[in-house]
Design a protein around this ligand. Sequence first.
Ligand code: RB5
Length: 239
Amino acid sequence: MRSSPFHRVGIAADHGGYELKEYLLSELLREASAEVIDFGNSQFVADDDYPDFITPLATAVASGEVVRGIAICGSGVGASVCANKIAGVRSALINDSFSAHQGVEDDDMNIICLGGRVVGHALAWEWVQAFLQAQFSGQARHRRRLEKVAQLENRWSPTRTFPHPKPEESPRKPEPVRAVALERWENEGGEIPGQPHLPHPAERHLRSPNDGNSITPNPPRNADVPVGPPLQRLPGSGG
Ligand code: RB5
C-alpha cells in the first residue's frame, strides 16, 4: 500500500511567507495521516532571512528526512533560488494547479515554492494538495532528462564556488580608509587623530560642486594614504 501523500512533509517560510505557512500547517495537521515538520520561522520576525529556514528544509528533503517540502517567501522566488542550491532538490515556484502536479509527474519536483504575498490561502492549499498527491511517472524520457539534470549537480559540485556577480561586473567599492577619512575631513576639518594623514584638499573635487556627480579619476597622491581605486561618490553628494 502506498504511504499517505501527507506523510513526512516539511514546511518553511520567512516573514513574507509566515502567514501562509501557518495556514498551510493548520490545514496539513487536519489531515489525520499528516506528519509535518515545521522548519520555521516559528514566529513572525519582520526582517528574518529566507535562507535561514529554506536551507534546513531543503537539506532535509535532499537527505530523505522529509519526503516533500513546502518553501514560502514573499514571492517564492528567493525560496526557489535557495532550495535549488542544495544537491538533490528539485524545486520550483508554482503559480498554477497544472504545474503543481505536473512538476512532480514529469520533473520529480520535491519542493513546492509559493509566494505568500502573491497567492491566496485557499488556492495555495489546493496547489499543495495537488503537489503532495502527485507521483513521479517514472517514464523513460523523464528519467533521461532528470539524469542530465543530476549530471549538472555532479559537474558543478558544491565544492566549487562561483562569484556572483561576476568579477568584471562587480561595482567598484570605495576604498574604505580614504572614503571615511575624506568624509571626516570634510565634516571636521584638519588632522584626525588615529587616521592616516588626510588626503590633499584637492580631493574635495571628488564632490564636484558643479554637478554633484563628477569623480576625479586621479586625485593627487599622498604618500601616507593607501591608494586604491578612485573614490566613488559619497552619500549626500547627489544622484
Ligand atoms: C522579503 O521581503 C522578500 O524579499 C522575500 O520574502 C522573498 O519574496 C524573496 O524572494
